[in-house]
Design a protein around this ligand. Structure first.
Ligand code: AHM
Ligand code: MG
Length: 315
């Protein structure tokens, strides 16, 4: 059995990068333990505060953020932490070579119903500052807190999956995740249909038309409402995830955040042979201008992403 440290030694000679990933894995193991007990501890409710994006913070958003911060503060390789839950980037070690951007608890609106939530992270070189294209990421990953806790991580090579053992070790369970090129599952919040643009409407209409429609096959729709859970399904068996720009999110530039949601997920999906786009541009090529910037997100099986791109090209 390969554990996380052993795998990291096969992927990079950069001890600081390995250490950054191990710190996030340790934070994830600690958050997993907190989540398991949260309903008993009465921690699934609101914290009584809003984050910088005006969203009500859950107690566990704040707790998870503190756990990540503690692990990264103890790591001298980390210069800056960018977090969904922190208004400003936080300066940590002045000598640190690496920046971490994180959504400490994605999907937290689902905590009261006990579905999979996750911690997403991206690692960048300090020299470029926090506003770097996703293509410049040194590594990215997420921890999915489901029936098992899964750590999905990629440096430059394959996207690999580890499972948290009952001894607290991250044991490799999928050496190289592969997103099938073709798929018959799509994930989108269809309650937003009235806001969609022509490309999104056209693509989804073709899917719903099934075998006799232009897509020529039957589709199923899946939407957990927790990006980590939806992306994990796609990494394991294919499919496409869409949170496009629509007439309601256009003023903000989209719904999901570029630095700590879209970029790391695009990095992981690409490492597994999938693709990502905003509709008109590779997500990993978007130039960030703000740490909390939002972006339209389409990612998953290559054939499906291509169909969405074709719709956007048609205008
Ligand atoms: P969060 O970071 O505040 O948890 O928001 C992000 C989440 C994603 O996990 C998920 O894909 C999306 O918001 C769900 O949006 P919707 O409420 O439209 O279903
Ligand atoms: Mg999130």
């Amino acid at each position: 059995m390969t554990d996380l440290a052993q795998w990291l030694s096969t992927q990079t000679d950069d001890a600081d990068l390995s250490h950054a990933i191990l710190s996030m894995a340790a934070a994830g193991a600690e958050i997993a333990a907190v989540l398991r007990q949260a309903p008993i501890a009465g921690q699934t409710g609101l914290a009584g505060s809003d984050n910088v994006q005006g969203e009500a913070q859950k107690a566990l958003d704040v707790i998870s953020n503190d756990i990540v911060l503690n692990h990264l503060e103890a790591n001298a390789a980390i210069s800056i932490l960018v977090s969904e839950e922190l208004d400003e980037a936080v300066e940590l070690s002045s000598q640190g070579r690496l920046i971490v951007a994180t959504d400490p608890l994605d999907g937290s609106s689902n905590l009261d119903v006990n579905v999979t939530v996750g911690t997403i992270f991206s690692v960048l070189a300090s020299a470029g500052g926090p506003l770097q294209k996703g293509r410049a990421q040194l590594a990215a990953g997420y921890v999915a807190y489901g029936p098992a806790a899964s750590l999905v991580v990629r440096i430059e090579g394959p996207t690999s999956i580890f499972t948290l053992s009952d001894k607290g070790d991250w044991v490799q369970t999928v050496a190289e995740a592969k997103v099938p090129v073709a798929s018959g599952e799509f994930a989108i919040n269809t309650a937003r249909e009235r806001f969609w643009d022509a490309a999104t409407s056209g693509y989804v209409r073709e899917n719903i038309a099934g075998e006799t429609g232009p897509a020529g096959k039957r589709y199923n729709m899946r939407w957990v409402g927790s990006m980590v859970a939806d992306i994990h399904r796609i990494l394991m068996r294919g499919g496409i995830f869409l949170y496009p720009l629509d007439s309601e999110t256009v003023a903000k530039g989209g719904r999901l955040r570029l630095l700590y949601e879209a970029n790391p997920m695009a990095w992981l999906v690409e490492g597994a042979g999938g693709r990502s786009t905003t509709g008109t541009q590779d997500i990993l090529e978007v130039e960030p201008t703000d740490i909390h910037q939002r972006v339209p997100v389409v990612l998953g099986s290559a054939d499906e992403v291509k169909r969405v791109e074709d719709w956007y090209r048609k205008g």
